[in-house]
Ligand binder design. Structure first.
Ligand SMILES: Nc1nc2c(ncn2[C@@H]2O[C@H](COP(=O)(O)OP(=O)(O)O)[C@@H](O)[C@H]2O)c(=O)[nH]1
Ligand SMILES: [Mg+2]
Length: 269
């Protein structure tokens, strides 16, 4: 189907989606940030990039400023200190909404999320509210990840699916497109995750809000430079939060059943 926006091509709009902001959260990504921004700009010239840096001690913020100085499509949000991935993304979402963007993309700075996959994700966003780049759907590839990370991701996703009853293969994945209208439908004020459980929490809230979620296979590659910020604390946060949400959803579902007002949300898996 030809959409109205296809007829007038604007250099700063993605056809069928509108103005798009790619939010790249950074903490000590000095060796990666320039390369990833360059790849995004080449792969999707119409998008804007916002680097959300948590005052990285390795000078990532200064490199980000230099990139922004040389390119009107790049901007930087300097944050006071390391406050976690979830907080950085919430700040980026707020930034996008205040400036009237129609969609926000989440993308890691370390090259694990290939900017070359972005056009496919944006294409899918023409007919969806949330697009999840999935590592665990047919056609996806995961390169060079150590076995313990593979197991953590597979088990984490299995647990999230069973506990929360979401038809999503990669609820923990962090390569996504959100239409801003979908973010408006989600109660972002209620988000409590600090670390990577943020991705699961938003998947759950989007599912409960009834917005259209689609998954697109991606090629995910282990970072080549810099260090992962994954920690046992982050894993523990995800584990206890998913368990707490699952218990809460089941209680609600039982209560609704008792009162004959089941809505189809928060079903038993
Ligand atoms: N702003 C900000 N970015 C973060 C924080 N923690 C992680 N990141 C970024 O989030 C992305 C994913 O983190 P990474 O360490 O690669 O996690 P992994 O891929 O699960 O090992 C990278 O771009 C990190 O720089 C944080 O506390 N604040
Ligand atoms: Mg990474």
């Amino acid at each position: 189907m030809i959409q109205a926006t296809d007829t007038i091509r604007r250099p700063d709009e993605v056809p069928g989606v509108g103005r798009v902001l790619v939010v790249i959260p950074t903490y000590n990504e000095a060796d990666n940030i320039a390369a990833i921004v360059g790849r995004v700009r080449r792969a999707a010239p119409a998008v804007q990039v916002l680097i959300a840096d948590d005052n990285s001690p390795d000078g990532t913020g200064a490199i980000a400023d230099a990139l922004a100085d040389g390119d009107a499509h790049v901007q930087v949000l300097h944050r006071q200190g390391k406050q976690g991935l979830g907080a950085a993304y919430l700040a980026g979402f707020g930034w996008a909404r205040e400036r009237g963007y129609q969609a926000v993309v989440e993308m890691d700075a370390d090259g694990s999320h290939a900017p070359e996959d972005l056009p496919a994700l944006l294409d899918a966003a023409r007919d969806a509210d949330v697009v999840i780049g999935s590592r665990w759907t047919s056609g996806a590839r995961v390169l060079n990840w150590p076995l313990r990370r593979l197991l953590l991701s597979r088990c984490g996703n299995l647990y999230a699916r069973l506990a929360l009853g979401m038809p999503v293969s990669d609820a923990t994945g962090g390569y996504r497109v959100y239409r801003t209208s979908a973010l408006d439908a989600i109660d972002l004020e209620s988000v409590t995750s600090q670390g990577y459980s943020f991705q699961v929490e938003l998947s759950r809230l989007a599912h409960r809000a009834g917005v259209r979620i689609v998954e697109v296979p991606i090629t995910f590659a282990e970072r080549e430079r810099g260090d992962s910020k994954m920690s046992p604390k982050i894993v523990a946060e995800a584990l206890w939060r998913i368990t707490a949400w699952g218990v809460r959803d089941r209680r609600q579902s039982v209560r609704r059943g008792l009162h004959g007002t089941a809505t189809g949300q928060a079903r038993w898996p």
